[in-house]
Design a binder for this molecule. Structure first.
Ligand SMILES: Nc1ncnc2c1ncn2[C@@H]1O[C@H](COP(=O)(O)OP(=O)(O)O)[C@@H](O)[C@H]1O
Ligand SMILES: [Mg+2]
Length: 267
């Protein structure tokens, strides 16, 4: 069982002797092999949620558990992909993807096979011996995702992984991630501030309030995707053209609009 459970999680940061609440009473569950996205205004605590699940940060109150075990630090059951690709610049694509397998003590033959399989899954054939600086942002993020998937973690934690990509590359990556998560289903918690991305990728979307972040609403996309058979479309623009998609997107926009600070309202 590799679910993620947030139970009454609050996080308060202290700065200059003052307390800044970042998250308040956040409770939700990502079921095993479910793809959950979190959207919310900037500064509402999305990254903090991800860092809590990763074990890079700890709750001030409440608990975070992965696979039924309270998170006490980072672990091999969870892989994290950040907006900054954090590849080793001095290593080739192949060596970047292979690195974690080496660290785990996987033998050479299996390493070669697994790296080759993930290079193919992420469409990186022909780039095996390229260095990160020779790749576009999109290709670098493919390497970062392959590097996480190859380790076979139960849980993937992604913090705006496509945030730094141009719009067209981003769309391709979204399609690739959907395909990949069908071939290799994982429990995924994916942070974004892009509403379309949140709806397109998710089984469920968690919508947060502005800071201090609470859960405003959790939206079941999987039910709509199934009822409306979105999976018959290969292209993101065809899914986004469906009135059922537009409807979900608009209702999330309305929830986020409510979260704008009063001084953002025009008089
Ligand atoms: N280590 C930290 N120390 C103090 N304040 C922090 C720290 N990390 C995050 N914060 C604050 O907590 C709030 C939530 O941050 P974050 O989780 O990064 O939001 P988001 O990812 O939704 O933009 C922000 O107000 C941020 O300034
Ligand atoms: Mg963030």
């Amino acid at each position: 069982m590799s679910d993620i459970v947030f139970d009454g999680v609050s996080r308060v940061f202290k700065r200059d002797g003052r307390e800044f609440p970042a998250l308040e009473e956040v409770s939700f569950r990502v079921a095993e092999r479910e793809f959950v996205t979190i959207v919310g205004p900037s500064g509402c605590g999305k990254t903090t949620c991800l860092r809590l699940a990763a074990g890079l940060e700890f709750p001030s109150a409440g608990t975070v558990a992965v696979g039924g075990k309270r998170v006490v630090g980072p672990g091999p059951d969870r892989a994290v992909v950040f907006q900054q690709f954090a590849l080793f610049p001095w290593k080739t694509v192949f060596d970047n993807i292979e690195f974690g397998l080496r660290a785990k003590g996987v033998d050479a033959e299996e390493r070669r096979r697994e790296v080759a399989r993930h290079i193919e899954l992420m469409g990186l054939q022909g780039y095996e011996s390229a260095y990160p600086h020779q790749l576009s942002g999109g290709m670098q993020q493919r390497v970062a995702i392959a590097r996480s998937y190859v380790l076979g973690p139960d849980v993937l934690l992604m913090d705006e992984p496509f945030g730094a990509l141009d719009a067209q590359t981003r769309v391709v990556m979204q399609e690739e991630l959907i395909k990949l998560s069908r071939v290799i289903p994982r429990t995924v918690l994916f942070i974004t501030h892009a509403v379309e991305e949140a709806v397109y990728l998710a089984d469920r979307v968690v919508v947060m309030t502005r800071r201090p972040g609470r859960i405003r609403e959790i939206i079941d996309v999987a039910a709509v995707r199934k009822a409306e058979n979105w999976d018959r479309y290969e292209r993101i623009e065809d899914v986004m053209d469906q009135s059922s998609f537009v409807h979900l997107r608009t209702s999330i926009w309305r929830l986020l609009r409510e979260q704008q600070a009063p001084h953002h309202v025009n008089h």
